[in-house]
Design a binder for this molecule. Structure first.
Ligand SMILES: [Fe+2]
Ligand SMILES: [Fe+2]
Length: 296
């Protein structure tokens, strides 16, 4: 079950990709199993360097026809591929599901598709339109599954279901009715003081506050929503009786916390707006890094 990742062609081989200065990969967090045959591949950003860190997770369903769910960020490519192909052989992967067209979700898709030659890339029409010109995967390897549709992966049918909050119009989450796992893409995110596999590891008040802030920042239009329609949308997802909610940008939410997470989600449109860091914060950060002269 080990693959030499150095033999796997990656998108870095393409001359047009420049990820800029080398990014400190930060602390190592190994994959965690969240349900039978279902694993979260963990990564964090800002851990140890910022007051709070954010996860950059992805998922794998190791069923009859293994499914890669989102593909991590390019800056974490070596670790991501090592973790992924420690869980599943490249030749066995049959599906690569992208929740949407943000780089923290499709960042290593070309490397994965190159290594997994039996895999089809599951997106939707609009995602491919938006990625056109920056993604080199031939059309005969595409599959389009839009919100509300399902696809058969041998021993189960997975359903693409858009989460109530999102930051790209192409977004679909992924529901596995056989395990009750829901991949929520950017929804249900929460910052963490350090990498955390489960929200149970977080201080409860910190989770609530961070959850609210991240949903509101990622979907600022939530404040404009018709409350009844929004709540109906949240309730429809809640009615799936989820066992685990896994998210790209937060720890897993297991059954004991699922109802609480939905209650937090229902309240997002009514949260007061909170300011994001501004130029003064950037200046302070640059001074700390020695890039900017100390203030006179
Ligand atoms: Fe996103
Ligand atoms: Fe994201």
């Amino acid at each position: 079950m080990h693959t030499d990742i150095h033999t796997i062609p990656t998108a870095d081989a393409a001359p047009t990709v420049d990820h800029g200065p080398t990014v400190d990969p930060g602390p190592r967090h190994l994959p965690v199993q969240i349900a039978p045959d279902t694993f979260v591949i963990q990564d964090t950003q800002g851990e140890g360097t910022a007051p709070m860190a954010v996860h950059l997770n992805s998922m794998v369903i190791r069923g009859a026809e293994p499914v890669v769910v989102d593909t991590g960020v390019p800056t974490n490519r070596d670790r991501y591929l090592e973790d992924l192909f420690g869980l599943v052989e490249p030749i066995d992967v049959r599906w690569v599901f992208l929740s949407h067209d943000d780089v923290d979700h499709y960042g290593n898709v070309e490397a994965v598709m190159a290594a997994c030659r039996n895999a089809r890339l599951v997106t939707n029409w609009f995602a491919m339109e938006r990625l056109m010109g920056s993604l080199d995967v031939p059309p005969h390897r595409w599959a389009w599954v839009d919100d509300g549709q399902g696809f058969d992966v041998g021993d189960r049918t997975l359903h693409a279901i858009r989460p109530p909050l999102y930051d790209s119009p192409t977004t679909r989450g992924l529901h596995d009715p056989t395990t009750g796992v829901y991949w929520a893409a950017d929804c249900f995110a929460a910052p963490v003081p350090a990498g955390a596999a489960d929200v149970e590891e977080l201080d409860r008040e910190m989770w609530h506050a961070g959850f609210g802030q991240m949903q509101a920042w990622n979907s600022p239009w939530a404040a404009d929503l018709d409350r009844d329609r929004y709540r109906a949308n949240v309730d429809a997802l809640a009615s799936l009786d989820l066992s685990v909610i896994a998210s790209c940008h937060g720890p897993a939410i297991r059954r004991g916390r699922v109802a609480e997470a939905f209650e937090l989600l229902r309240g997002i449109p009514d949260l007061p707006a909170t300011a994001q860091p501004g130029q003064a914060d950037l200046d302070a950060m640059l001074r700390q890094l020695g890039v900017l002269e100390p203030a006179a």
